[in-house]
Design a protein around this ligand. Structure first.
Ligand SMILES: *Cc1c(COP(=O)(O)O)cnc(C)c1O
Length: 398
């Protein structure tokens, strides 16, 4: 079907929840995406930080094909070996004791909130606990996840949401402390804020929140749905802070394209949910767990963290050079392969022109371009992206 026809027809049957770019993607190869008409793009968005391994990992693909032939789904009434393998990988790498697999990131956040509430209920014998969340945070679109999301525009049309959520200012420890009281069950935050504009937690802030949670008897929930799975250079970003959460959420690159998320917990938090408290028909089925197991194995085999250590500093230098070159670039932030450039002009046109120049980039808010490529990109790919971006900035701002 002709490209314009696909777009037109899709717009007539899909709900208008997304402002889509006019691309009709057909297939991926290496770290490139191709449209149905053959147009080729270097992919520096990775399906929003999902395709950590790129599009041509044959070991991963074969493992999924084999699992399709064996068994896709069983329900959670029974055990299966991929489920055990995936759970072991997640617990080992995150330092958590137990994990629950979900079908998305938002569901992982839902689960983490339920853990916090149930943990508090068990400890104090009363419900109605509260949660401290952060301004400019993003935790997903379900009603529970949106209740702890910092952007008012995402919440207000859907009120009443779940109650008992208070918002502190990210990287302002005093603002968190001021919200603590006897009802506080948990603090939830991203280790590195993604959608909110690529803001890493200050080390003193994260350590301070951990200390407050310990002193005041609350759980620390770290949302690593975007920044986890190697993106910042360690499997989980909190490793670099010397801080361990009580509950961690993950999704995006966990299955590298297969819809799977998870919340994992340790200590008392890992024992909070008991039979009857939570469940999911699909959650953690053999197919998605085979994907998770294989992703962890491929990270080892391909030394993905080694590649992040090698290439991410080069991306940093490259973006620093672009910042020095163009006065419209006012800020550069991030860790590893999760970086952002803040512009003094709206970035919509720059992103579109970069795409027309052959490289897919995405925004994080109205003035930040986000760089979240597959974790297997090379320095040559970074150069290719930079050429497309430089040209686009010149085209837009002159
Ligand atoms: C993407 C994202 C989510 C939501 O994940 P979905 O799979 O879209 O539900 C939650 N938290 C963070 C930090 C994210 O980046």
């Amino acid at each position: 079907m002709e490209k314009t026809k696909v777009i037109q027809n899709a717009e007539s049957v899909l709900m208008h929840t997304y402002g889509r770019y006019p691309l009709v993607l057909d297939h991926g190869e290496d770290v490139y995406l191709y449209e149905t008409d053959g147009t080729k793009y270097l992919d520096f968005a990775a399906g929003i930080a999902v395709f950590a391994l790129g599009y041509s990992d044959d070991v991963y693909k074969q493992a999924l094909k084999d699992q399709i032939d064996k068994l896709l789904h069983t329900s959670n009434y029974y055990y299966n070996e991929p489920g055990l393998a995936a759970a072991t990988c997640v617990c080992k790498s995150s330092g958590m004791d137990r994990v629950f697999f979900t079908n998305s990131g938002a569901e992982a956040v839902e689960g983490a909130i339920k853990v916090a509430r149930k943990w508090y209920y068990k400890k104090h014998g009363v419900a109605n606990s509260t949660i401290i969340a952060m301004d400019h945070s993003f935790h997903g679109r379900t009603l529970g996840a949106v209740s702890v999301t910092g952007k008012a525009a995402y919440r207000e049309p859907f009120e009443p949401l779940i109650g008992g959520v208070k918002f502190a200012t990210y990287n302002d420890l005093a603002s968190v402390e001021a919200l603590f009281d006897d009802t506080t069950a948990a603090v939830i935050m991203e280790t590195v804020q993604g959608e909110g504009g690529i803001h890493p937690a200050d080390p003193e802030f994260l350590k301070g929140v951990r200390k407050l949670c310990d002193e005041r008897g609350a759980l620390l929930i770290l949302d690593e749905i975007q920044c986890g799975m190697g993106r910042t250079g360690t499997m989980f970003a909190y490793e670099q802070y010397g801080v361990k959460p009580d509950v961690v959420t993950m999704a995006k690159a966990l299955g590298c394209g297969v819809p799977v998320g998870a919340f994992a917990a340790r200590g008392e938090a890992a024992e909070a949910l008991v039979p009857g408290d939570h469940g999911s028909t699909y959650g953690g089925n053999p197919f998605v767990c085979k994907a998770v197991e294989t992703v962890f194995a491929e990270f080892e085999r391909l030394d993905v963290l080694g590649n992040v250590a090698k290439v991410a500093p080069y991306l940093w230098e490259t973006l620093e050079a672009i910042k020095a070159e163009f006065p419209v670039v006012v800020n550069h932030r991030g860790i590893g392969f999760m970086q952002g450039l803040q512009f003094s002009v709206p970035i919509g046109e720059i992103v579109k022109k970069t795409m027309a120049n052959g490289c897919i980039l995405i925004a994080a808010g109205a003035d930040v371009i986000r760089f979240i490529p597959p974790l297997v990109v090379t320095k040559e790919h970074v150069d290719e992206m930079a050429t497309a971006l430089r040209k686009a900035i010149r085209e837009v701002v002159g």
